[in-house]
Design a protein around this ligand. Structure first.
Ligand code: ARG
Length: 374
């Protein structure tokens, strides 16, 4: 890492170094390994323009179709968080600020940078808000199957699920701090959820579906050439398809399309009725309408794709290459009806960026923390 390199305006040019190490798209990093690769300088925090680095990390996120808004990302600086309480307070502050304007603004809360000589801080939840998944003895699952492992860990750490378990129990946040795990339920005043209703099909409301309003991705590592932050949760607003065509629809998630089809009067055994497709449209309408009624920002797949296409055109005009991971940028519905479908992208990771990390309970420090805390 060259401390003396001239500082170019990061907004004006490609910012990557030619000698940047290869950062494979799917690789899950440990902060330690990444630190050895990047060798960030021992820089004083004051020398780092956190806001700019975070905005560029968003702009460089190859799987994000919402990055047209990269310049609007706001930083909550929690680099001085020095205790468990301060850390949870920063997370709750994030939820509060994101909710204050109904997810219209995007935030990132940046915790202390990685220091190879200190035990790392990590959030074990994939997102700050997630629903518990309880597996039953007969292979059945109540709740979100994606979160079964985390739910079990929370229970092992002493979390008591509600007396009456449901499909939509908000999980507590699990924080790894100085070699131990700490668990906090999110205070109810910071949990905002929307009940899913449809303006024309009352049967959809009867299914009792709901979703939380603000996605806060909390398990990715924020890396720049100057520093590595294993804890830097970031939030934005939802695209309706994320909830309606994936979370509530995937066979391995809530798998609700047959119920939606019945609720709108279709027979889920007759494929020629396109019941899957009609159920997807109805569920998307319902999610979009319910969020809008509640005053939360949400966009449909056509709007976000059009925004992304104009972002690409703008980047072209600025002579910057837009790197992208095509299967992630194309929405899970209406793919070929969006302008992005006809564009190709190279899935190259440039710094600053957000990288995947080794699953926390699979790391030696995570396993030691789990053993020390249960
Ligand atoms: N796809 C994830 C989910 O459905 C959220 C990822 C972040 N999305 C966003 N719009 N910022 O929960």
């Amino acid at each position: 890492m060259n401390l003396n390199k001239p500082t170019a305006c990061p907004y004006s040019t490609q910012t990557s170094r030619t000698d940047q190490p290869e950062l494979p798209l799917e690789k899950r990093w440990s902060a330690d390994e990444l630190c050895k690769q990047l060798q960030p300088p021992i820089s004083s925090a004051a020398a780092i323009d956190l806001q700019k680095d975070a905005q560029l990390a968003w702009r460089n996120s190859v799987r994000c179709s919402g990055r047209a808004r990269w310049r609007s990302l706001r930083v909550i600086d929690a680099r001085s968080a020095n205790s468990v309480e301060e850390s949870f307070d920063a997370l709750f502050e994030h939820l509060k600020r994101a909710d204050a304007n109904r997810s219209a603004e995007s935030f990132i809360t940046v915790f202390p940078e990685f220091n190879p000589d200190q035990a790392e801080t990590r959030i074990w939840n994939h997102q700050l808000m997630r629903y518990a998944g309880y597996s039953g003895s007969n292979g059945s699952v109540l709740g979100d199957p994606m979160n079964i492992r985390l739910t079990q860990i929370a229970i092992d750490l002493g979390w008591q699920p509600p007396h009456q378990r449901s499909r939509f129990d908000i999980l507590p946040i699990i924080l790894q701090f100085r070699g131990k795990l700490h668990l906090r339920p999110i205070p109810t005043e910071y949990v905002a959820e929307v009940a899913i209703r449809h303006p024309e099909y009352p049967g959809i409301e009867s299914l009792g579906l709901r979703w939380y309003t603000i996605p806060v991705v909390s398990d990715m590592l924020f890396a720049s050439e100057q520093a590595i932050y294993p804890t830097a949760p970031f939030s934005g607003h939802y695209v309706s398809t994320e909830i309606a065509a994936r979370n509530l629809a995937d066979l391995k998630r809530y798998n609700q399309l047959p119920q939606i089809a019945s609720a709108i009067g279709l027979d889920p055994s007759k494929h020629a009725q396109f019941w899957i497709d009609r159920a997807l449209v109805a569920l998307n309408e319902a999610v979009l309408w319910s969020f809008e009624q509640a005053g939360y920002r949400i966009v449909d797949q056509h709007t976000v794709s059009a925004e992304f296409a104009s972002f690409c055109n703008k980047e072209d005009r600025n002579e910057r290459i837009v790197h992208g991971d095509w299967p992630w940028l194309i929405p899970p519905m209406s793919g070929a009806s969006t302008p992005i479908f006809f564009r190709s992208f190279e899935p190259k990771i440039e710094l600053p960026n957000f990288l995947y990390q080794t699953v926390p309970w699979n790391t030696p420090s995570g396993q030691a923390a789990l053993a020390a805390s249960t």
